[in-house]
Design a binder for this molecule. Structure first.
Ligand SMILES: Nc1ncnc2c1ncn2[C@@H]1O[C@H](COP(=O)(O)OP(=O)(O)OP(=O)(O)O)[C@@H](O)[C@H]1O
Length: 318
């Protein structure tokens, strides 16, 4: 049995013609861990995943799954890997049970069909033809096929896209159960909440590079706290006060959200929050203003994501 990292990626580069889609990506996933790859559209997540799944060889750098090159040594890892693609290819005239059975015939360490149906919440759809399934149910069938072979390492490419919130939460529970059972999972997602809920560690990709990586706590650290409120109609944005802190002042950032003008102050040192809040409230009191929607919160993954996306603008990502 392989004892090191379940997945290792070292300085991976991938090109499509003269376009470099993955530009020196490194990370590792430990056995039994769930690692989430987040990123902008076209960041290179699927390309990285497909390389790990063995569908393409690395242009430069190395990738290992359970200690093997998934492209060159595909036969050694094929049966230990489960793959859920963004769009699975089904035979639309088969029903759910027949589709699962077809996949079971191809895998040695297979789960019972009943177990797979139960795990993925498809028991009541057993006799339904694939073409009659909803988009979210098709994603569950994709997941069902990925876990039929009891994989040690599971690759999930946007596993809950197209699912309603209830189905999404049910799928998160399936994924948690698989991880609790010892499965190593690498998933890509556009849902930041999904990563926040599931990931032991995560990385945010942008233009082919990993910009930030770590546990959720590590990724959020250093991104500070936020004070936000709805800008009262009678206050011109230019009159929002800078909040004076020792040695510097913090300006409000203003955005329009659903027709509402929202001001946000970002405080990067914990000690500054109380002082800044005091300043803001005395400014509002002095003008007889009520600050609707006033909130004080820690940085979210969305804040970090937007920060990452904003810091390297203008590159070609065709
Ligand atoms: N077969 C291909 N030929 C040429 N360019 C490609 C090909 N596949 C992907 N690309 C390009 O490589 C870049 C990375 O694509 P990739 O699908 O890996 O990104 P992604 O992070 O998964 O994006 P998304 O979140 O939109 O699915 C994109 O700019 C994409 O247009």
């Amino acid at each position: 049995m392989h004892t090191g990292s379940a997945i290792e990626v070292a300085d991976l580069r991938q090109r499509y013609g003269d376009f470099e889609a993955v530009r020196g990506v490194s990370f590792e996933v430990r056995p039994g861990e769930l690692f989430a790859l987040l990123g902008t559209n076209g960041a290179g997540k699927t390309t990285t995943l497909e390389t790990l799944e063995g569908y393409r060889s690395a242009h430069a750098g190395t990738v290992r799954v359970l200690g093997h090159d998934p492209h060159g040594d595909r036969r050694k890892v094929r049966h230990n890997m489960g793959v859920m693609l963004q769009e699975g290819g089904f035979f639309s005239d088969l029903n759910v049970a027949e589709t699962i059975d077809l996949w079971r015939d191809l895998t040695p360490r297979r789960r019972d069909r009943a177990e797979v149906l139960e795990l993925t919440g498809l028991r009541e759809k057993e006799k339904v033809r694939v073409r009659q399934l909803s988009g979210g149910q098709k994603r569950r069938l994709d997941l069902a096929l990925a876990i039929v072979g009891r994989p040690e390492v599971l690759f999930l490419d946007e596993p809950t896209t197209g699912m309603d919130p209830e189905a999404r939460r049910a799928t998160w529970q399936v994924i948690r159960d698989l991880v609790a059972d010892g499965t190593t999972v690498l998933l890509t997602t556009h849902y930041l909440e999904e990563a926040e809920q599931l990931a032991d560690r995560l990385a945010i990709m942008h233009h082919g590079r990993i910009e930030v990586a770590g546990t959720v706590g590590e990724v959020l650290a250093g991104h500070g706290d936020r004070i936000g409120f709805h800008v009262p109609a009678q206050v011109p944005v230019a009159e929002l006060p800078p909040l004076a802190l020792p040695g510097r002042s913090v300006e409000a950032q203003v955005a329009v959200n659903r027709g509402q003008t929202v001001a946000t102050y970002t405080l990067t040192e914990a000690a500054a929050l109380q002082r800044a809040l005091g300043e803001l409230l005395s400014w509002a009191d002095g003008r007889g203003l009520t600050l609707a929607g006033l909130q004080v919160r820690s940085a979210s993954l969305e804040d970090v994501f937007l920060h990452v996306v904003g810091q390297t603008p203008g590159e070609d990502d065709r």
